[in-house]
Write a protein that binds this ligand. Structure first.
Ligand code: PGA
Length: 256
């Protein structure tokens, strides 16, 4: 486990963008696991800037974590549309190399199986994650058990409330989503979790508590050999010195 704390989100996102560049310039067929939400928006802006300065994504495959059930790809709040607006339409990645679950699939179970097959075909080199205020990663919500592979999940009230900021009102927020499972996330060769702002501080503290609990899905990341938590000061504010040191002690170099 590696922990990197930055004074500002801007600095933190430049750091992550540089890690992404490092991967995609070294690998001939890099696979990026991508996230949506407010947290990675600046990261995608930085990657677009890098692209404008010559960085190509033509050989990159991307696999997104999740998608709302019931929103077509054209819906302003669908995660497919989010990815197009913030990244795909602004870089040179062929769209056939971009994977997002289909929230409108007629048979959702088949769609989950199809997504697992994609994950088996394209093992993720670097997974970018945000974290929910409740400790979720992807849409793996706190529960008495967690699912390993791609599945449909009922979103918790907290997540629906948190995501209502993107919708005209809370009643329009979809209540179900398709998400990669915990095992699929942990199979990524390297993982970067980004968390910014004081409303993430409690989730970050619990994710790094030294205990693993299905009530804090992000805590499972402690078991992965190559995870970096990239935080701003506010998201790191509840971490104790001991926790910071312990997190850094687990540090291992990235494989690329
Ligand atoms: P956010 O969401 O980036 O919009 O805060 C993160 C998440 O819920 O995983």
């Amino acid at each position: 486990m590696k922990l990197r704390r930055f004074a500002t989100q801007e600095l933190a996102t430049v750091y992550v963008a540089a890690m992404v560049e490092s991967l995609i310039t070294r690998e001939s067929h890099p696979v990026l696991g991508l996230a949506t939400g407010a947290t990675p928006v600046r990261l995608y802006d930085r990657l677009v800037e890098f692209h404008q300065q010559g960085l190509s994504f033509a050989h990159v495959t991307t696999i997104n974590l999740d998608e709302y059930v019931g929103l077509p790809a054209t819906h302003p709040q669908s995660y497919r549309r989010f990815m197009h607006e913030h990244l795909f339409d602004r870089i040179d990645i062929p769209l056939a190399q971009t994977y997002v679950p289909d929230g409108m699939a007629i048979n959702i179970d088949d769609e989950c199986e199809r997504y697992d097959a994609v994950l088996d075909t394209y093992p993720i080199d670097l997974q970018i994650l945000g974290i929910g205020r409740n400790g979720h990663i992807g849409f793996n919500e706190p529960d008495i058990s967690l699912k390993t592979r791609t599945h449909v999940i009922d979103l918790t009230e907290d997540t629906i409330k948190a995501n209502a900021r993107f919708f005209p009102d809370v009643n329009r927020v979809p209540t179900r989503a398709i998400t990669m499972g915990i095992q699929s996330i942990l199979q990524a060769k390297a993982i970067i979790l980004m968390a910014f702002g004081s409303d993430k501080a409690d989730a970050v503290r619990r994710a790094l508590s030294g205990e693993v609990s299905t009530e804090v899905p992000a805590s499972f990341l402690q078991m992965h050999p190559n995870v970096t938590f990239v935080l701003d000061e506010e998201a790191a504010q509840q971490l104790q010195t001991g926790q910071l040191l312990q997190a850094s002690e687990w540090s291992r170099p990235h494989p690329w």
